[in-house]
Structure formats: structure tokens, C-alpha cells
Design a protein around this ligand. Structure first.
Ligand SMILES: [Zn+2]
Length: 235
């Protein structure tokens, strides 16, 4: 077993793992993801603000609904009268009757419009507030779509890089003896930050602690060349 070669492979494996971790982090915490989350948060806040404003203007919306309903009814009435008036066979009294009906309905419609105007002007501030919120929503929508698209593209790119790294990792690991694989997984699950590093004369390359020459000798003689302080492997 060519141990130094295998131990240096651990550094390569660690690099690949770090790269994979970086990609995973980028996927969940990258600039675009954060931007999208911010926009979504803003969208929720504005939507909520609209709900609250509408609730505060409950009476307005209920009155407005009644007026709109009355308006529609009378506009339908008006158009049916106008259809009747197009009949060329109407006699003078029918004609007079329908024209009278028509002008009555027109007056009612005018009144409804006046009432709606008054209602709107009495609730002007609240309506402007809601309109502003709705404008904010409209300008957020295209941004949300755009960022989502960008994010999808970025994730696709990250996924392809990730699968490349996973492939490299599995190729590399397939050349490892089982005990090295186990050691690596064990150190990783123990949360050892730097699992393998090149040694220098006086320090652990993994944790940076100063090592005496006898400690260094012990490390060199041990099976997996691990630092007694951090368990990292010195290659
Ligand atoms: Zn160490």
C-alpha cells in the first residue's frame, strides 16, 4: 500500500468536498436566492398591507358594491329600453312612455354616479393608499419573475457542477482502501474542519498548533499520521 500517495489523495477528496459544500451553500444562500427571498418577503408585506387597508375600509367596499350592483341593474334597464325604442312600429304614446322611462333611468344612473363620486372622495386617502400598494405589487411582479428565471439558470449550472464534483469524488474514493474511507467519514462526522493537509516543520497544517519535534516524530510514525490536537491527517 502506497500510503503517502493515498494520504495526499485525502487532500484532493477534501478539496472536492469543500467545493461541493460551497455549491450547496451557494444554492441556498447565494446572492440571487437572497434577492428572491427579499422580494418575496416584500411582496407578502405589501399584500398584507393591502388586506389591512381594505379591512379598515370595509364599509366603503360594501357601499361601493351596492352602488355598482345598482348601476349595473340600471344600465341593463337602459339598454333594454333603448332596444324597445328602436322598434319602428311604436305608436306615439308607446314612444312617449319609453322615452319617459329612459330619462328616468338616466337620472337614476346619474345619481348613482354622484353617490359613487361622493363615496370615493370621502375615502380618498385610503383609496390612494391602496392604489400605491397595488402599484408596488405591480412593479414587484416582473422583478420576481425575472429573478426566479435567473435563479433557475444558476441552479441548473450549480447542479451540473455538483454532479461533476460528485463524479470526481466517487472516482477518487473508488481508489481508496476501505480503512481510509472509514477514517475520512469518521473525521468528517466528528466535525474535524480540515481533515488532511501538507505538513510543515513546526506546525500542524490542519489546525495550526505548534508541534514539538517529538510530537512530529510520533505523528510520522503513527498509522494515519494524525495530529493529536485536531485529529487532522498530516501528509
Ligand atoms: Zn492539528
Amino acid at each position: 500500500m502506497n500510503e503517502p500517495f493515498l494520504l495526499s489523495n485525502l487532500i484532493d477528496l477534501q478539496d472536492i468536498d469543500n467545493e461541493i459544500t460551497k455549491l450547496i451553500t451557494k444554492k441556498s444562500e447565494g446572492k440571487t436566492v437572497l434577492e428572491l427571498k427579499n422580494l418575496e418577503q416584500k411582496y407578502k408585506e405589501v399584500t398584507k398591507a393591502i388586506e389591512i387597508s381594505k379591512l379598515a375600509m370595509e364599509d366603503y367596499f360594501s357601499d361601493k358594491k351596492d352602488f355598482d350592483k345598482k348601476l349595473l341593474e340600471n344600465e341593463n334597464k337602459l339598454s333594454s329600453i333603448e332596444i324597445k325604442l328602436q322598434d319602428t312600429k311604436l305608436n306615439a304614446s308607446e314612444l312617449q312612455n319609453y322615452n319617459l322611462q329612459k330619462s328616468n333611468v338616466q337620472l337614476v344612473i346619474e345619481d348613482i354616479f354622484k353617490s359613487i363620486d361622493l363615496l370615493n372622495s370621502n375615502n380618498k386617502e385610503g383609496l390612494i393608499e391602496i392604489e400605491n400598494f397595488q402599484n408596488q405589487l405591480s412593479s414587484l411582479k416582473p422583478k420576481l419573475v425575472e429573478i426566479s428565471k435567473t435563479l433557475q439558470t444558476e441552479w441548473k449550472d450549480i447542479d451540473s457542477k455538483m454532479s461533476q464534483q460528485e463524479q470526481e469524488k466517487s472516482n477518487l474514493i473508488s481508489s481508496f482502501p476501505d480503512e481510509i474511507k472509514l477514517l475520512y467519514d469518521e473525521l468528517k462526522s466528528q466535525g474535524v474542519e480540515i481533515i488532511a493537509a501538507y505538513k510543515n516543520d513546526t506546525q500542524c497544517g490542519c489546525c495550526g498548533v505548534s508541534l514539538t519535534s517529538s510530537e512530529m516524530d510520533n505523528i510520522q510514525e503513527s498509522k494515519f499520521q494524525q495530529c493529536p490536537y485536531c485529529q487532522g491527517i498530516l501528509v
